[in-house]
Design a protein around this ligand. Structure first.
Ligand SMILES: NCc1[nH]cc(CCC(=O)O)c1CC(=O)O
Length: 308
């Protein structure tokens, strides 16, 4: 297809990781459609999540912290599509917006930075994270650890670690790889730390009504990633959970079926429920049933985390 006469506008947050991911999408679209450099212009948009750095996201209350401003730009057509870390995209999206494609998923694991393993952390060590899931999984393995609030982009968090605000921190391997820092820290096996739903996946959204734009984006969809991430998001949806809830889930496509493992866990790590199913891509009824089973089995203090 010839390069379009006026460039498409690709919206993204302005963090270093977001810009790398936006450029990955731009390159994939150019390659798929044979476009030259002028075809796609990158437009950065500041989101609420970027502006508020000093509080836990859970305190901010509102949802859509990373998406609202990009949604608005899609809506007023100042951008044609938006690129997101799927992990930061709230479960229930506005009806007008479609997830048109996902890039192939990166390493889904978390990396521990500051020690060689969870077992090697000093007694009572402070671990910087703002993720309820990571905090809960760490405390389950090591109740003696102290969780301290770390927010901000990858470099901000590494800076806090370097200044001694904690003995260790956890970051997604995917982000470190994309920022060309794959050698920082040690990956934690998923058996110890099942990742967040959608971790490692990059998605591209557009207005559902723009069928032409949707088709151009869908051409670069990596179907196994899409199916897996959509299954993980279906679990979150039935749990009534978002990125602030202590939920871990990982779907893996083995060529025939999707194996979905899921876990809900109390903030202090003292209570958890987990389960695993095999499903056909797109068949979300068993995912809903798994979510209900986890909630049914959960002791009241754990179930209460999902009341809302
Ligand atoms: N919540 C922030 C966020 N959103 C996506 C990533 C990393 C990339 C990914 O998981 O796809 C990160 C940083 C982190 O969790 O270390």
């Amino acid at each position: 297809m010839p390069t379009p006469a006026s460039p498409f506008k690709l919206g993204t947050r302005g963090s270093p990781l977001a810009l790398v991911q936006a450029n990955m999408v731009r390159a994939a679209l150019m390659a798929a459609h044979g476009w030259d450099d002028g075809a796609i212009e990158i437009v950065t948009v500041k989101t609420t999540g970027d502006l508020v750095q000093d509080r836990a996201l859970s305190e901010l209350g509102g949802k859509a912290l990373w998406t609202k401003e990009l949604d608005r730009a899609l809506d007023d057509r100042s951008i044609d599509f938006a690129v997101h870390s799927m992990k930061d995209v709230e479960t229930v999206r506005p009806e007008a917006i479609a997830i048109a494609a996902m890039l192939p998923r990166a390493d889904v694991r978390d990396r521990l930075i500051g020690a060689d393993s969870i077992a090697a952390l000093p007694q009572g060590a402070r671990i910087g994270t703002s993720s309820p899931r990571r905090g809960a999984q760490l405390l389950r393995a090591r109740p003696d650890l102290e969780i301290v609030l770390f927010r901000g982009n990858v470099d901000t968090r590494l800076g806090k670690l370097a200044r001694g605000e904690a003995e260790a921190t956890l970051l997604a391997a995917a982000g470190l790889e994309r920022l060309e820092r794959p050698d920082i820290g040690t990956p934690i096996p998923i058996e110890t730390m099942l990742p967040a739903p959608s971790q490692g996946a990059v998605g591209i959204e557009c207005l559902a009504e723009r069928g032409d734009v949707h088709a151009l984006i869908a051409a670069i969809d990596h179907a196994p990633t899409s199916h897996c991430v959509r299954a993980e998001r279906a679990l979150l949806e039935r749990l009534g959970a978002d990125c602030r809830a202590p939920v871990a889930a990982l779907a893996i496509f083995d060529g025939e079926a999707i194996r979905l493992r899921a876990e809900i866990i109390a903030m202090d790590g003292s209570l958890s429920e987990s389960g695993e199913i095999r499903i056909a891509p797109g068949d979300h009824a068993p995912v809903t049933a798994l979510a209900e089973t986890l909630l049914d089995r959960a002791a009241p203090p754990l179930r209460a985390l999902f009341a809302g």
